[in-house]
Design a protein around this ligand. Sequence first.
Ligand SMILES: Cc1cc2nc3c(=O)[nH]c(=O)nc-3n(C[C@H](O)[C@H](O)[C@H](O)COP(=O)(O)OP(=O)(O)OC[C@H]3O[C@@H](n4cnc5c(N)ncnc54)[C@H](O)[C@@H]3O)c2cc1C
Length: 473
Amino acid sequence: MKKIRIDGALSRRQWMGITASGLATGMVPFAGWADSRTSSTTTTRQTSTAALAVTGISGKKVVVVGAGMAGMTVSKYLRLWGGKGLEVTLVEPDLLYTSSIMSNLVLNGSRNITGLQFSRDALTKQYGVIRKSGTVAAVNPGAKTVTLSDGSSLPYDRLVLAPGVSFDDAYGLTQQDYDTRTPHAWRGGDQTTLLRQQITAMQDRDVFVMTIPKAPYRCPPGPYERACVVADHLKTTGHSNSQVVVLDENPFVQAERHTFETAFSGLHANVIRYIPNVTGLQIDPVTRAVTYVDASGGTQIVNAKVVNPIVPHRAAGSESGGWLAQAGLANSADGRWAMVNVLSYESTASGATGIHVIGDASSCGMPKAGHVANQEAKICADAIVRLMTGQQPDPQPVANSACYSPITASSASWLTAVYQYDPADKRMKVASNGGQTVINGVAATPTEAASVSQENFKDMGTWFTTLMKDVSA
Ligand SMILES: Cc1cc2nc3c(=O)[nH]c(=O)nc-3n(C[C@H](O)[C@H](O)[C@H](O)COP(=O)(O)OP(=O)(O)OC[C@H]3O[C@@H](n4cnc5c(N)ncnc54)[C@H](O)[C@@H]3O)c2cc1C
């Protein structure tokens, strides 16, 4: 699980950057639209209580699309650092945010999905963010507006897109299959609950099959962590003869390799069967037969009781005909992600001046994780405030990330890294303690916990609470 250094050097430096420019802070009451309790496109208004910076920005509008980890953070910090003259409108269809982080612990009953739901009310009440219930259906870069699915439109001076990911119809499965019988559960919510029910109904000797798409995908350690949590749950509920078959389209474990390889070959060796380099996946949603081609070219079939296909995903809206694709913003070589200038998260697509993309939807060199989405959001908010006050974005952004990975219901590991801007590649890269991205010709790598422990598990809870407070409170 990823964690972020919430009040670390980056935040302080950003504040210092603003005050050094002659900007002061003060208590600013603000009348802004607050939350709607309906699913229709409505807005309401509240007063902010937080100390907003006094920046001299006046009459500027930022529209933020998607109130997830990235969108909530950027909205809050744009108000906090930009001040009352920077109007922020946050567009999101769902009333509550359901965290994907920690959702693997719903699968073993340690947590429940309602405990992972977060209100967005503080964004309105404390920071004066205008919230609009709705779904963006089009971006019009020329007119500087976004169109919502109800046909209404919102004007912006700058637009921040944070829509997360959407999931491909893959391996012979459809969105309806994911919702009703073969859940990917790769976004916290009803599918997580469905998968929990399916796991609970497993009997001894039943087989659980999960698939992992080719990187990049959301939360690199997440699938391996899920395999461990499910294996532990099966063992501790009297199903030690069951199997967890992990079909990985990648050649090896993509994060915390030492931790997971140790767990797969040690603690969970009797239950987990890890198979890398898998191709040709096909899943029958009715019989739950999973067909794949192994590394030696042989076709294999596994008959599963539960199938959990973590299918390939992409920036939400980048599907053929999708709103992000239509606006030309899904500009990675494979058309799946939004390429950005990582000093500001402004899109590099032509004609996209003033449009920023953050969180899992963007491609920046850092992993797709909630912890990282929160960091990207702060770098983006800082850059927008600087640009609106006649400055340039910070030329040397630094971000940090850490993972906690439950290995059993009470123990966890961790992984941490500091990322810094590499001017040569114009990407964020892992840096060592000394700040080098390459040491003796070898790229710096994240640091993994030496061992799995209960203390790490406790720290994980503290980290998650702190992160969610920074994002939404
Ligand atoms: C099982 C699992 C475990 C994980 N564990 C961790 C962890 O331990 N640590 C970690 O750091 N990360 C973890 N992650 C990853 C993390 O959840 C994501 O990286 C993070 O949520 C990405 O944030 P985001 O804001 O980009 O997207 P999201 O949080 O998904 O938010 C996107 C929002 O945009 C909204 N939206 C989409 N389209 C539109 C539209 N057209 N108009 C308006 N709104 C729209 C959606 O409704 C949603 O609210 C985990 C993920 C999973 C699946």
